[in-house]
Design a protein around this ligand. Sequence first.
Ligand code: AMP
Length: 210
Amino acid sequence: MLGPPGGGKGTQAKILSERLGIPQISTGDILREAVREGTELGKIAKKYMDEGKLVPDDIIVGIIKERLSQPDAKNGFILDGFPRTVAQAEAFDDMLKGIGESLKAVIFIDVPKEELVRRLTGRRTCSGCGRMYHVEFSPPKEEGVCDHCGKPLYQRDDDKEETIVKRLETYEAQTLPLVDYYKKKGFLVEIEGVGSIEDINRKIREAIGV
Ligand code: AMP
């Protein structure tokens, strides 16, 4: 899943993951867990995340290599938030070659910038299962509590306004070039990411035939 922060990658990846029975692999979720647990990785990653910058490529590529070697990734996976730079995409190409696999599709969810800021500032994330809500557009049944697992919702540090601007700049400078990268390779499936979660999901499933 490729797209801007707040574009709906995580939401759509979760739905597809449940439908297809393959894991959603989110580098953002892996990093946030490391930060929560206070591991070495978490300490390093936090500095970049808090500034709306990307964590260095070698760290991220190492995380993905390890994660893809787990048994649950054997029958496929949905990547959410990786790759985010051309260098990561190239490393990922090599990884796939190494295991004799290939990409099925790169789903690029495009959303106008003004909409992203509205979505990100109102976003609340579940501290248990990582599901996302929005205070206005998709609130939980009980305020501050996840409908799915009952754990408290919180606002990610990097969903505060000052960091959002920086994250969007980082996205445009470092991640947007991947649109051309995958277009040239013939993998890009472009989805307009405005509308209801269900409509966007339907568009994605139609486009990739699942
Ligand atoms: P996300 O949850 O995907 O929005 O990611 C949150 C933050 O984690 C990003 O703003 C980056 O600081 C870091 N991050 C997540 N995925 C990557 C990646 N593939 N490369 C570099 N940094 C990443």
